[in-house]
Ligand binder design. Structure first.
Ligand code: UTP
Length: 410
C-alpha cells in the first residue's frame, strides 16, 4: 500500500501519472515500486518550477586567476618532486576515480572505463588509468590507495571487470569502490519520467556529490586509518593524465593552498572548456558559455589571454578542508538530455533529441568553496586526451592519436 504522505506528495507536485500502472503490477512489483516512491525526492519539481530564477545568477565579479606555468614548474621540478615523493611514501595521498557517469556521448553501453582504446592490442581505459598510477607506485615504492566511484547503473559491471582483469596488476586491497547517488529526470512539462511500468527514471546525480558519497559509504574511516591527507580526484576519460604524480602533489602541498587544479592552455579563446578564474574573490571555474566576448579576448600584462587555462578534471583537495565544506550544498544544474521513457500506453520511447532534464551537481562548483586553489599548468599534448565523443573533437580517434604521439602502444 502506498503511504498517505507519498500520495499527498504525488498530488501536491502533480505527479499522478506515477500511479498509472500501479494497479496492474504484481504484489511483489508493487512493493518494489512503493520503495522507489518512498525514496523519490519530490522537491526536484520545485527546482524545475524555479528554473528561470535558478538561471538568473546574482551579479558576479570575475577576475583572472594566475596559473603556475610549465616554465616555473620545470624550474622547481626537483623541489616539488621531493615533497611529493615524501608525501606519497607516507601514504598521505589517495586517488579518486570518478567513474559514475553514463558517457552518453560516447554511446558505449558499458562503463566507459571498459572501452577498448587499443587498435593492435587490447587497451581498456581502466587499464590505461591504472597503468598511469602504477608509474607513481614504481617511482615511490608505495601503493596509492585508489577509490573508485561508480553508480547504481555501472557498479556491478565495473567491479566485475576489475576482478576479471586482476585489477590490472594493482594491489586489490588498496582499491575501494563506492556508489554515488541517483536523481530523477523530468520532462519539459515537469513530470517525472518512468522507464518501465514499475520503474521511475533515475540517473547518476553528477560528479559533484563524490565526497558526500565517499563519506556515506563509510570510507572516511579507511582514509583516517591509512592517514590520507590529500585526494587527487580525476575523470575516467582522460587516457593521458598523470595521476598523483609527485611534481603535482609536491607543488600543491608546498603552495600551502587547500586545493589545486591541473589546467591546459586553451586551444583558442572560445574553446568549450571551463576556465579557471576568480569569482567574487574566490577561485572558481567559469563555463565557456558564461565567458563574455570581452573576457574571452582580455589580455594580461604579458599580452597573453587573461582567461587562458581550461580545467581537465584533475584536482587535489585537502581532506581537512573537504570535511569543513562537506555540509555546504552545491548548485544543482538542470541539464537537457535525451531521456528514454515509457509513454501513456506503456510503450518504450528512445528520443532522438533532448526531451527533458537531468539534475546534476558538478565538482567544478566545489572549487569556489575553497579560499585558494593552485592553478597548475600541464602540457596539453602530453596530459590531455579525453574520450568524450565517438567522433570529432575529444573522440576515440583524437585520443588514439595522442596516445601514439606519446609513445603508448595501442
Ligand atoms: P562527463 O561530464 O563527461 O559526463 O563526466 P558523463 O555522464 O560521463 O558523459 P556524457 O556527458 O553523458 O557523455 C566527467 C567525469 O565525471 C564522471 C564521469 O564518469 C567522468 O569521469 N561522472 C559524471 C560521475 O562520476 N558521475 C556523474 O554523475 C557524472
Amino acid at each position: 500500500m502506498i503511504e498517505a504522505s507519498i500520495l499527498e506528495n504525488i498530488k501536491k507536485y502533480n505527479q499522478e501519472h506515477l500511479l498509472r500502472y500501479y494497479e496492474t503490477l504484481s504484489d511483489e512489483d508493487k512493493k518494489k515500486y512503493e520503495k522507489q516512491l518512498e525514496e523519490l525526492d519530490f522537491t526536484y519539481v520545485d527546482l524545475f518550477n524555479n528554473k528561470d530564477n535558478n538561471c538568473k545568477e546574482d551579479k558576479n565579479v570575475f577576475e583572472p586567476l594566475q596559473a603556475m606555468k610549465i616554465s616555473e614548474i620545470n624550474q622547481r621540478k626537483e623541489e616539488f618532486k621531493k615533497a611529493g615523493i615524501e608525501a606519497l611514501k607516507k601514504k598521505k595521498v589517495g586517488a579518486v576515480l570518478l567513474a559514475g557517469g553514463q558517457g552518453t556521448r560516447l554511446g558505449f553501453d558499458k562503463p566507459k572505463g571498459m572501452f577498448n582504446i587499443g587498435v593492435n592490442k587490447q587497451l581498456y581505459i581502466f587499464e590505461r588509468l591504472v597503468s598511469n598510477i602504477m608509474d607513481v607506485v614504481k617511482e615511490t615504492g608505495e601503493v596509492v590507495p585508489l577509490f573508485i566511484m561508480t553508480s547504481e547503473i555501472n557498479d556491478h559491471d565495473t567491479r566485475e571487470f576489475f576482478e576479471q582483469n586482476n585489477y590490472f596488476g594493482y594491489d586489490k586491497d588498496s582499491v575501494f569502490f563506492f556508489v554515488q547517488s541517483m536523481a530523477p529526470s523530468i520532462s519539459f512539462d515537469g513530470k517525472f519520467y518512468m522507464t518501465a511500468k514499475d520503474k521511475i527514471s533515475l540517473s547518476p546525480n553528477g560528479n559533484g556529490g563524490w565526497f558526500t558519497s565517499l563519506v556515506k559509504a563509510g570510507l572516511m574511516d579507511k582514509i583516517k586509518e591509512i592517514g590520507i591527507e590529500w585526494l587527487n580526484v580525476f575523470s575516467v576519460d582522460n587516457v593521458l593524465q598523470r595521476i598523483a604524480n609527485p611534481e603535482f602533489v609536491g607543488a600543491t602541498i608546498l603552495s600551502g593552498y587547500p586545493s589545486s587544479s591541473k589546467v591546459v592552455k586553451k586551444a583558442d579563446p572560445h574553446e568549450r572548456v571551463g576556465v579557471m578564474c576568480r569569482k567574487n574573490g574566490k577561485p572558481s571555474i567559469v563555463e565557456y558559455y558564461e565567458l563574455t566576448e570581452d573576457m574571452a579576448n582580455e589580455k594580461d600584462e604579458n599580452g597573453e589571454l587573461a582567461y587562458n587555462y581550461g580545467v581537465i578534471l584533475n584536482y587535489m583537495f585537502n581532506i581537512e578542508k573537504l570535511m569543513e565544506i562537506a555540509g555546504n550544498s552545491l548548485v544543482t544544474h538542470m541539464v537537457e538530455k535525451k531521456i528514454p521513457y515509457i509513454d501513456q500506453n506503456g510503450d518504450e520511447v528512445k528520443p532522438d533529441t533532448p526531451n527533458g532534464y537531468k539534475f546534476e551537481t558538478l565538482i567544478l562548483d566545489m572549487i569556489n568553496m575553497f579560499d585558494n586553489c593552485l592553478v597548475y599548468e600541464v602540457e596539453r599534448k602530453n596530459e590531455f586526451a579525453p574520450v568524450k565523443n565517438k567522433e570529432g573533437v575529444d573522440s576515440i580517434q583524437t585520443a588514439r592519436e595522442l596516445l601514439l604521439y606519446n609513445g603508448v602502444e595501442i
